[in-house]
Write a protein that binds this ligand. Structure first.
Ligand SMILES: Nc1nc2c(ncn2[C@@H]2O[C@H](COP(=O)(O)OP(=O)(O)OP(=O)(O)O)[C@@H](O)[C@H]2O)c(=O)[nH]1
Length: 344
């Protein structure tokens, strides 16, 4: 899964690259320093490598990308400050690399803070400057490099967010799309297992949607889909994620929700949709199949259980909620909830 994240999470990939480059560059330098008797600097280089590599390992094992980036950039900044005091020019040159890298691996504000503190501190206390003029020139060039890095990071982030939205959003309903779901379910599973917290998902399928299109036209059908997604989004919490899985089928990811809480939650959703989404004065209803993540579930097994619960809700008359049994928990809930007035 972390290998997959290399392709899907830009910051994750950049921190990994930063860690790899730092290790490849600094280990030989540390060895050289030990061989030439510069033991103190050698230990500092080695310490920096260990902390940066540690932050990458922490991130690969599921830790926060933001925290890993801050640690890596922070230790990089501290390292160049100390080294610039100990070895002069050879240390000063690293400042530029660390300032630019910070803008790639941490948020812009943190990178600005790290960059300004690093450049000004090195300009003030670094050795290897032969005049006050050189110190000022170093500070100015360091800050200019930081400014360009900021502009680049800002534009890249903006474009990346636009692209990400295009690729992961459903254009009609603004819900996340199936591609996003395929990326996010494994992440939700890993987070649930790591933190030992429950996570559930619900498959929501609008009933007799074909009739809506046939009777009222495709445009009205589109409007119903938009209203439906809006009502679900308004009824769920901030951390819940709504995906458009297929035409009139949606998947709702519910972190922190277990099988006991699912029936009431899904029933509330079903009720809201029936109350607030309508076409030609008649309520739109949905069938819901929900499942808590089981201890051994893969993403597709989990989704399949919720999906078959949804098909059972359809078979049993639609406009109802079915919660699947969670394997490995001993619970036999297979809960059926009431149906409201049926449209058919
Ligand atoms: N307006 C509109 N219709 C869509 C869109 N995507 C899929 N559909 C239609 O959704 C309908 C789904 O029909 P079915 O799969 O038979 O499902 P249903 O009529 O809801 O029946 P049940 O699910 O069994 O209750 C099809 O007529 C599709 O053409 C869309 O983006 N806009």
């Amino acid at each position: 899964m972390p290998w997959q994240r290399l392709q899907t999470d830009f910051r994750f990939a950049l921190i990994t690259l930063f860690g790899t480059l730092a290790t490849l560059c600094l280990v030989p330098i540390a060895v050289y320093r030990f061989m030439t008797g510069a033991t103190a600097t050698g230990f500092i280089d080695l310490g920096v490598v260990i902390v940066i590599a540690g932050s990458v390992v922490y991130m690969w094992r599921g830790g926060s990308v933001e925290v890993a980036g801050r640690i890596a950039a922070g230790i990089g900044a501290a390292g160049v400050i100390v080294v610039s005091m100990l070895v002069g020019l050879a240390g000063l040159l690293w400042v530029y690399a660390v300032v630019v890298a910070s803008f790639l691996i941490v948020g812009k504000r943190t990178a600005i803070a790290y960059g300004v503190v690093t450049v000004l501190t090195v300009a003030a206390v670094g050795t290897g400057f032969d005049s006050a003029y050189m110190r000022v020139a170093f500070a100015v060039t360091g800050l200019v490099v930081g400014l360009f890095a900021y502009i680049f990071a800002h534009r890249t982030e903006h474009q990346r967010m636009q692209l990400e939205q295009l690729v992961t959003r459903d254009a009609l309903t603004s819900a996340a799309n199936r591609r996003a779901m395929e990326q996010e379910l494994p992440i939700a599973i890993a987070a649930s297992r790591r933190n030992d917290t429950p996570v559930s998902l619900a498959v929501l399928d609008i009933d007799h949607f074909k009739h809506v299109n046939d009777e009222h036209g495709h445009e009205t059908g589109d409007r119903v889909l938009v209203d439906f997604a809006r009502v679900i989004a308004a009824t769920t919490r901030r951390g819940d994620r709504l995906f458009r899985y297929g035409g009139e089928e949606f998947v709702l990811l519910l972190p922190g929700i277990d099988a006991t809480a699912l029936p009431v939650l899904c029933e509330t959703l079903r009720q809201r949709v029936a109350d607030q989404v309508e076409v030609g004065g008649r309520p739109i209803t949905m069938s819901v199949g929900a499942a808590e993540l089981g201890p051994e579930d893969t993403a597709s097994e989990w989704l399949a259980r919720a999906d078959s619960a949804m098909y059972r809700a359809k078979r049993d008359g639609r406009n109802r909620v079915v919660v699947a049994t969670t394997p490995g928990t001993g619970a036999v809930i297979d809960l059926l909830l009431r149906q409201a007035a049926r449209r058919d």
